[in-house]
Design a protein. Sequence first.
Length: 93
Amino acid sequence: PSTIVDPIYGYNPISETEDSFLQEGNIAVMAVDNLPCELPKDASEDFGNEMLEKILPSLIMSDDEQIIENATICKNGDLTPNFEYLRNYVNGN
């Protein structure tokens, strides 16, 4: 079986078994059996890294670029100006 680290294996069509992909006559198979599980993990790691690099400093230090303020939907129980367009939806209209 393949893995994320080693995604290539060989298939011997004569013996119908898994074998070295380097052996003559074998078919090289490049597959990742657990790729559907790996994609969310990879995306989560990338998202987390971006948050740590670009958002966390604004949360714990100064927010000179107003990242947090611009992303805040509701403050003190009301919509912020950037999200005023949601007013009708919030009011059920």
